[in-house]
Design a protein around this ligand. Sequence first.
Ligand SMILES: Nc1ncnc2c1ncn2[C@@H]1O[C@H](COP(=O)(O)OP(=O)(O)OP(=O)(O)O)[C@@H](O)[C@H]1O
Length: 262
Amino acid sequence: MNMSTRAVDISGVHKVFGRVQALADVSWGAASGEWWGVVGPNGSGKSTLLRLLSGVDGPDDGSVRILGQEAAAYKRKELSRIVAVLQQDGVPPVGYTVRDVVEMGRYPHLDWAGRDTAEDIVDRVLDQLGLALLAERRLDQLSGGQRQRVALAKVMAQNPQILLLDEPTTYLDLHYQLQFMELLAEWRRKAGITIIAVLHDLNLAAQFCDRLLVLKEGRIEGAGTPGDLLTENNIHRWFGVDSHVMPHPDSAVPQLMLKRRE
Ligand SMILES: Nc1ncnc2c1ncn2[C@@H]1O[C@H](COP(=O)(O)OP(=O)(O)OP(=O)(O)O)[C@@H](O)[C@H]1O
């Protein structure tokens, strides 16, 4: 890839649902290899933005470019080789085995005869995520945290350049939340992928993301480093809550403690 090519670039994007302006004149982009957290109150347009970036939906106005080309100009399978998406509940508890699901991640890379172009990748990913012993287990026999690890294995097998995540840690306990974020960080370090993650947990976002994109009522309220953006004033402006913001003792990134009202 040409290193000057931006991973994603959107400009002048509008998206309307009935009378709701989900995104209003949004212009923003991510350089290759960056990790962006997309944050903001409920209903601010975060998931809508992710859907436009994944190509499942198009803007009403403006442009959404992936690696320099309009998202709509890609063939479905071609875009799936570049962009992978992981949702809140990444894989549902159905009867497929762990291996089946991770193999599904390879679909965009199968040739015309259904042959995989990189056969060993499924076993490598299963090993890397500590899932080798669970490979033949069915998803409905796994915990939510284990299933989310399988969902991560599936998108890793997909081997994308850009990973989109929509609140991926919502159903995870503290241990799995941290483990999930560390696995993403390691993957990015090794493969240089671009990560764009909708996150509600600002403390996790501050610890892992290079930059934050803040949306409110469909508009960009800020784009920059957690250190620049996560101030007590901003938190109040965006979420209507009072907080203490303090530097993390290890890394000095801002960490948030909510104040009670009384
Ligand atoms: N398919 C749809 N039909 C109608 N309205 C929609 C649709 N998708 C989103 N919206 C509306 O667009 C606005 C933005 O929604 P979106 O899901 O992008 O917000 P969000 O920031 O991801 O919210 P949350 O934090 O609650 O997940 C909301 O007002 C929502 O009700």
